[in-house]
Design a protein around this ligand. Structure first.
Ligand SMILES: C[S@@+](CC[C@H](N)C(=O)[O-])C[C@H]1O[C@@H](n2cnc3c(N)ncnc32)[C@H](O)[C@@H]1O
Length: 319
């Protein structure tokens, strides 16, 4: 297995590190790469999902929570790996959760409507994308959002101060073809429909019923993307609010994994979380940065994964 995939740990838990090497190695040969992924979404954890799940070393939970779901890459991987009996995916972006609702309850309708919207675009008519964008910003139709995500620059949702989608069209490609989209939607629906619940809510509301028997995976907007020029999602998250929510999970004994901060080349996004949270920080090597490669540089992206203390001793607990 490629050395790039191995984990390093900033603390001294060498036993945990060795165990993880084995777990990551085993899981790398599984079928994760063929999992469905219907919503193209910048920041998707699709490529890191197997490494992130390796941390729990095969343990099972009652429910798996993904309260910053986006494209729900972790829920898809966790459901495939049967990590829990039930899966709760939440996000505060309402039309995104409507897409998920349709994937679970009316996948053929969603695929048909996407096909109609996609087929109506012509190769050289950028104006079509902007007309759909205007319509979306008026009525928030979820299928129009799916088309915009598939067709926009870097599949990266961007919103202005008024909450309107304002990302530009990618002129070089037409977005995911309808036959592929149908395949992805139906496969995701088959995998998740009987096990998953969709919630349109702020993450703290989604997590209010989580208990010691559940596992939470959090992937909030990173600190560096919440304010200033690099603002990304329709809503950012202040660091203090995240820390207080994590303290709350610790008090309730809810096991969690958190993706937060990272590094690309020499550029560091966000600072480490406080030691008082008793988290173990792993560094996941997410491979070469495609943006840097485009700009002629070779840079690796490193993402931090924080593991709650009740998961670090997981092997010992299981014995
Ligand atoms: C980094 S993305 C998650 C990407 C996801 N892990 C995936 O695989 O696609 C962060 C998500 O958090 C959502 N979000 C931002 N603030 C939120 C909040 N307060 N509560 C719930 N969701 C929020 C955004 O809409 C966005 O979809």
């Amino acid at each position: 297995m490629d050395e790039v995939m191995l984990l390093t740990i900033s603390h001294q838990e060498t036993d945990f590190k060795d165990t993880l090497r084995g777990a990551v190695h085993d899981i790398a040969y599984s079928t994760f790469s063929r999992l469905p992924h219907p919503i193209p979404y910048q920041g998707s954890k699709r490529n890191l999902a197997s490494m992130i799940l390796a941390v729990i070393q095969g343990k099972r939970f009652r429910r798996f929570y993904e309260p910053f779901a986006g494209s729900a890459a972790m829920t898809i991987a966790a459901c495939h790996a049967k990590v829990a009996d039930a899966f709760i995916l939440g996000d505060s972006l309402a039309p995104l959760m409507s897409i998920w609702n349709q994937i679970l309850t009316a996948p053929h309708t969603l695929a048909n409507t996407y096909e109609k919207i996609w087929e109506s675009q012509l190769d050289d008519d950028e104006g079509y994308y902007y007309r759909i964008r205007d319509e979306f910003n008026q009525f928030y139709d979820p299928t129009k959002l799916l088309y915009l995500l598939a067709r926009c620059v870097k599949n990266a949702p961007r919103f202005n101060q008024q909450g309107q989608f304002n990302q530009s069209v990618d002129k070089r490609r037409l977005g995911m073809r309808p036959d592929k989209m149908r395949h992805e939607i139906l496969a995701a629906s088959t995998l998740l429909a009987k096990h998953a619940t969709v919630v349109w809510a702020d993450f703290e509301t989604t997590l209010k019923d989580a208990t010691v028997t559940d596992l939470v995976y959090l992937d909030p907007p990173y600190e560096g993307t919440t304010t200033g020029d690099n603002k990304r999602y329709h809503q950012g998250l202040e660091r203090e609010r995240l820390i207080s929510a994590l303290e709350n999970l610790n008090r309730r004994g809810v096991p969690f994994l958190l993706s937060y901060d990272g590094q690309c080349g020499n550029k560091v996004y966000g600072s480490e979380l406080p030691a008082s949270l008793h988290l173990t920080r792993l560094e996941l090597n997410a491979g070469r940065s495609s943006q840097a490669t485009l700009n002629g540089r070779e840079e690796m992206t490193i993402e931090s994964l924080y593991v709650s203390s009740n998961l670090v001793g997981i092997e010992a607990l299981a014995r």
